[in-house]
Write a new protein. Sequence first.
Length: 364
Amino acid sequence: MMVDKYLKSNWLLFIVLIFVISRVMMYYQFNIANSLLLHDKGDFTSVMCKWDCKWYLTIINDGYDHVVRTHPKIWKGLANWAFFPLYPSLVAIAAKVTTLDAILAGILLNQLFVFIAAVFFYKLLRLNFNDLNSRFGVTILVFSPFSVYFSSLYTEGLFLALSISGFYFLRTNREIKGSILGGLLSATRPVGIMFLVPVFINFIRHRKQFKLMLIALAIASSGLVAYMAFLQYRAGDFLAFQHIQKGWGRKGWDMGHLGKQMWVMVTDFHNSVLFLISFLLSIYMLIKKYYEEACFNLACILPGVMTGTMMSEGRFCGTLFTFYFAIVVLAEKSWTIKVLVMLISFVLYLSYYIYWIGHANFLI
């Protein structure tokens, strides 16, 4: 009884508790799936390192490519320019300081990022919602099925922590701090530059100084600008991160691809459903006047759809904090929705690790 009362009054302890429970469950899910599907033929780090993880390892171990790869059997026609530098740089530093294997260092670093994200998500939600709804939001974030990406060398954990904390500082009138985090965000993933959208909307809505807005926008774009300058030096193309996407079947951001996507969406159920849910949640947030969150969500999910493929779109949607923010908005006054969301999240949380270890390509 005393423990229950203490948890109700101490939100940070609550977050620590559910975070630890979710990570323990994550590890046991891996062991079960590994035993069933791979018969214990691999350890945690080797089994969880798939797809993008292997690209980040090339950056950590050998740095960025100078030219497109030509080996006929190893990523021919591709280069690691598509993968932004902040996360692999942090992993490389962590591995060197701790003397851990790079994959393990990256996974542990991701757990730290997710915990930071959970803390700031609670603080951000409390600006608009009561304690119960804020704890609900943190719970569905921590137990998100997409936590599988936090168990490998993916940027999702870092992106989550930076975007949530950046939003929190914007919402609490600390625009420069928020923009600094936005600058780091733009060095994490291509859509990190979309943090400019909430920065701009925040200044316009609150009629703040134009000069301060320009400074904030410049800071928030600094990470991308620095990476583009590096690519010009390294590869002779400051847009190499975008041009190399053709090797993965992406055709660049083009509104003309939206028509073709109607057919692609029919044939890619998982990614399409998540995109449609995320899109509808964005519209709902606009109706509820959460303009910064809605526009940031749309700005992050639409570019992928405009490239002629739905590949990874489900991951892009399901690892944005605005996805869970919108669910809190939707479920604010409904216990039915809360319970339903929790049940769905829990079932998918358990199953996604099995899909990952089973090499389900829809999780790429």
